[in-house]
Design a protein around this ligand. Sequence first.
Ligand code: SF4
Length: 453
Amino acid sequence: MKKSHQAEVQKLILNSAAEGNILPITSRCDSHCIFCSHKNNPPEIDVISIGVRTLEEITQTMNYLVPNQAIIIGESASSIIEGEPFTHPNFREILTILHQRFPLTPIGITTNGHHLSSDIVDFIGNLGNISLNISLNSASLYGRKLLMGNTAEQARKTIAGIKFLASQGIAYNSSMVAMPHVTGWNDMKNTIQFLSENKASVIRVFMPAFSNKALHNISPENATSYEQLREFILSLSTELACPVLLEPSYVTDLTPVISGVAKDSPAWLAGLRRGDVVCSINQKKPRCRVEAWNMLVPQGPLQVVALKNGQEQAVSWQNDFDGGSGIAMEYDFDMRRAEHIQQLVLRRPGKSLLLTSEFGHVVVQTVLASLGLVSQAEAVLVKNLTFGGTIKASGLLTVDDYYAAFKTWQVLHQEKPEQIFVPMESFNSLGFDLKHKHFKQLTNLTGVPVLPT
Ligand code: SF4
């Protein structure tokens, strides 16, 4: 690795810790998922492997973590490839040191579940304050073999590990990449049922997206459609013991509708269910799902008015801890971000362009309308030409994609905007996209000030 590149990687690691409370420990993974994005990247994509970091390097990075926000392991907020944390040879020591240094801080670990032996589960349970986010994908031997390349032993161990977690009462979320064209809808249904019976707090079902480099057997034309997947999730019983969320949410409105309620949680016992719409929380009307969810988080008493089968109904309960309501909602838009954009739009007299991903376009249009900004700001949809295929998320858009969309817009409009906003998710903490182009290049290319927001 070149010295300059090494310095940049170090900065990215420290920024992950300082800005996201994320502790990068390894890029090694012992799974072979057929949908893994690292296999299907175009050659110009500049993702970074950090190998297996030493215990000393990791403890030094801990100096940048803060105690008042959950510490995340196994997820990446930048171009760093995050691997399977439990493969790190010193993982127990890392957790023990973290726990000693941040005794009251929750720790979230994202894992493929291969290593959940009873021994490890006991160790996690004894440390306490640790929750897991398990990428299960399938709860059958054949499904795990097809999707993750699991041996029968790996699959059995993972499934037994989930049952043991449930028996020990350790909190975990789970996720699955929806590949019904590979495993069948029944395998998905059975996996959701298995997780629901084994006390998962939430199940996230990811709509897969593939670049145009993806192998034919998992390619977009064989993949399921978003609408099919949404219908499948809606067909699941509202009496499932845990909420099931479709991601990306692709919501087009800001109505604070409940996507799921954990069985026997305070909100469940108060009578709320999937599909109910939250009208007010402690006498205050939420403007969107994200705002409603944030208002439902704090520990303490909550009085909620909800629309249920067309009738308003008042319910109340007590959250025993932060986030303890049991309610899950899809992600629409953070109104604090919307207000920040509003301030930036109003500070200049001319037109602002908001370049958006395909997934975000309609909801950004809705946000601009709700803020009364449609005459001052326009949301422009940006196709992902870098990855192609069915990639539609903002995190994978590049400077080249934004510039191509801007040029098309300019040909059609024959005008120059006052400023351009691009989603900050497309850039790492140093301002670079996945092709290692800095967002400031967009200002040079367009001749218009460009700001990630
Ligand atoms: S667990 Fe994640 S990083 Fe590992 S192969 Fe699967 S998708 Fe890729």
